[in-house]
Every structure is written in C-alpha cells, then in structure tokens.
Design a protein around this ligand. Structure first.
Ligand code: G3I
Length: 382
C-alpha cells in the first residue's frame, strides 16, 4: 500500500477504536429529555453528563489536579459522577514528570491513572512537548543534538509508562504564536530554537513509534473570534496542519482548547471554514480545555451564567455543524477551582464563573448546554 494510503488506513483503524471505546455503555442513569425546557426544571435531578454520552458517543471530560495534591474529596467525587475522561491539569507536564535529566517522577500522573481506572474514566494525555512548564535544564538546552536526545528519552519513557492508560495524547501543545514574529508564525520555544520547526514532526513520530494505537493530537487555542489575531492564528494553524499531512506526520486530532471569552464575538463564517478544512484534511476534533471567561460580563450571577451558557451554545453550534467532536472536556469542573482566577479579575471583585458547576458544586445553565450537546441533540451537520 502506498505510504499515504497506509497512513489513512491506520487513522481509520484508530478512529474505529476511538469511537468503539466512546460508544461503550457507561455507568449512570437512563437518558431523559434534555433540561432547559421548563422554567422549574431541576438540573440537580438530571442524570450526569457522562450518561448523556451513551447515544452520541461523545465523551465528557474535565481537568483537575492529581488526587494526591488536591484532596478536595467532594470535588473529586463530582468528577467521577459527571465525567468519563480525566485530564491532568499539570501532572503530565515535563516540569512534573522529568524535573532532572533522566529522573522521572510519575507519582501525580499515576494517582490520576488510578483514580480514573477506579471510576471507569479514561485519562487524557496532556502534554508531552510545550514551550513552557519545562524544568530549567530543558529551558537551557542549546543544541539540536541535546534537544533531540532529551525529546527521545522523555517521549520514550513517558509514553511507555502510560501505554494503554491514556486515550489520546496532546503531543505538541501551542506551536503557534504570531506575536513572536517568527517564520510561519511558529511560537518561539527551546524546541524551535534547537531543532527548527521539524521538532513537531519529530515529536509525533517518536510518540507513534512507542504507542502505535493511541490517537495523537496537536493542541491550540485562540482561533474562535473576530479580529486580525485570531484570523492569523487560524491561517498559521491550518498551514501547519496541511504541512503535517503532506509530510505524513502521524497526527490524528486537533485539540481545540476552547478557552472562550463571553464578551467576544465568534467569527462564525471563518471559524466554520477553518474547521471544515481541518476535517477535510482528515483530522478529528476534540474540545479539550473548555471554559467561558465571564470577566467582562455584567449583571447578577444568574445573568452572567445565562450569558456564558448562550456563548457556549453558540460555539458548540458552530463546531457541531461541521463535525461532532470525539469529546468535550472542560478545564476544571467547578467555579471553586479555575486557572483563570490567577490571571483575570472582575471589576466588581466577584469571583469568575467559567465552569459547568458553581463554587457550591451546583449545576449551572452551562451544564444544561453541555448535556444537550453531549447527548447529540444539537442541529444536524449541514
Ligand atoms: O506546583 C507549584 C507549587 O509547588 C508552588 O508552590 C506554586 C506557587 O506558585 O506553584 C505551583 O505550580 C503551579 C501549577 O499550575 C500547579 O498549580 C504553577 O505556578 C502554575 O504556573 C501552573 O499553572 C498551570 C499552567 O497551565 C502552566 O502549567 C495551570 O494550573 C493550568 O491550568 C494551565 O493549563 C494550560 C494548559 O496546560 C494549556 N492550555 C492553557 C491552559 C491554561 O493556561
């Protein structure tokens, strides 16, 4: 078989494997009609998000810290009730897993793998190669030879360690940054400086060699809205995805991080066009880090929650009209714990409300939107 056909056949086999996995019956209550129809609908009585995925095959995940460093038992219990994928928020990043050359530490990642296995969840592999969250010894690599040796060892050891425990790997995270003003809008990083843009292809090939089965993803953010910067990011990302296909680089999925901002305006036409091209190139879509920042939304908590839910529905409508993603994962589950609080403050000083459960772990309108789309009750693809 010619190389390209072989690669396509392998992708299709992995696709059936993914969809088969996603379609298996999951623990949880029976499906009922989606919430939101009546004003007095009690979301708390609805079956959990993970049970909604049975009909559609779309999985629901959420990101969190490792159980051994985040002993919020009630929150963890909610993870297991609602989600069937656990995305480690930091436990698999280089700074955590190989803090010194050749000295691997999988304690946090393993505690997530064990928690996921106990609760019939899959584990998302986030992430192998990134420009940040690297230990100093990696940030200080200076030659191509040293960088390649480090990359080879890291990927070999980490991917072997988690073989058959990870359902998909974000192999390369955030390779694009127009603000860095480099050729083809690649992001400046130790990898780009030492190895050139070929580091992306290399990372995927190394990962595929260690685990031929697991779907491999390129993860990116900042492509949803109107304006010159998102437009440039979409163009650069599409060019990269095209190049990776031409090179026969083993990439299966695009991880749409989907860090949304409720005050922004989607570029519906351009985002749709971008996603269509991505799907045409043969990539699957995953939504991997969803949250809806309400930093600049006024009104009461209830009004803000309705605004973020509307914003999310608009986004999912755009994505689902092109292709159903394999999964939707939120970056966190409850407003009590979100990375956004480190960087964004509301003018009124009140805490952000970007996630499906509020700080008291009560379901919000955003939860209801997720329930509807996870059940596959969105509009049909056009
Ligand atoms: O673990 C140390 C702790 O020992 C130390 O005392 C404390 C003091 O600051 O810092 C702790 O590390 C922090 C770590 O999160 C764990 O909480 C780091 O400073 C902090 O930078 C790190 O932030 C994470 C960030 O990635 C960088 O790794 C965020 O939690 C995490 O949500 C964020 O996730 C990224 C995705 O990987 C990629 N896409 C964007 C997304 C949001 O930025």
């Amino acid at each position: 078989m010619p190389q390209n056909k072989q690669a396509t056949a392998a992708r299709l086999t992995r696709r059936s494997a993914i969809l088969g996995l996603a379609g298996t019956a999951l623990a949880g209550a029976t499906l009922r009609s989606p919430p939101g129809a009546r004003a007095d609908f009690n979301l708390e009585l609805e079956p959990p998000l993970r049970s909604r995925t049975r009909a559609s095959g779309i999985r629901y995940g959420c990101a969190g810290a490792a159980p051994i460093v985040q002993p919020d038992r009630i929150l963890l219990e909610k993870f297991a009730i609602e989600a069937n994928i656990f995305s480690p928020e930091g436990a698999l990043k280089w700074i955590q897993t190989e803090p010194l050359p050749g000295k691997f530490d999988f304690a946090e990642g393993d505690s997530i793998a064990a928690f996921a296995a106990r609760n019939d969840m899959l584990m998302h592999g986030h992430t192998l190669v990134w420009y940040t969250a690297n230990p100093d010894w990696v940030a200080n690599l200076r030659t191509g030879q040293a960088a390649q040796a480090a990359l080879e060892r890291h990927i070999n050891v980490e991917v072997s360690h988690y073989r058959r425990k990870i359902w998909a790997w974000d192999v390369v995270n955030e390779a694009i940054e127009p603000d860095d003003r480099l050729a083809e809008d690649y992001r400046d990083s130790v990898w780009l400086r030492c190895l050139g843009a070929g580091y992306i292809d290399l990372a995927f090939r190394l990962t595929r060699a260690v685990d031929p089965q697991v779907p491999l993803c390129l993860s990116e953010y900042g492509i949803e809205y109107v304006g010159p910067k998102p437009r440039r990011r979409r163009a650069a990302l599409l060019a990269l995805l095209r190049k990776l296909r031409e090179q026969n680089t083993p990439v299966d999925c695009l991880s749409l991080q989907s860090h949304l901002e409720a005050h922004q305006t989607f570029d519906r036409a351009e985002l749709t066009g971008f996603l269509r091209e991505v799907v045409k190139l043969g990539y699957h879509l995953m939504i991997t880090e969803l949250d809806v920042n309400d930093c600049r939304i006024g009104g009461s908590p209830d009004q803000r929650d309705r605004a973020t839910a509307r914003h999310l529905a608009e986004y999912l409508d755009i994505v689902f009209a092109v292709a159903k993603p394999l999964s939707i994962a939120t970056w966190g589950l409850s407003d009590r714990s979100t990375w956004l609080r480190q960087y964004w403050k509301r003018a009124d000083g009140s805490p952000l409300r970007p996630l499906p459960l509020d700080a008291d772990l009560k379901r919000k309108p955003m939860w209801a939107v997720l329930a509807r789309y996870l059940a596959g009750q969105e509009r049909q693809p056009t």
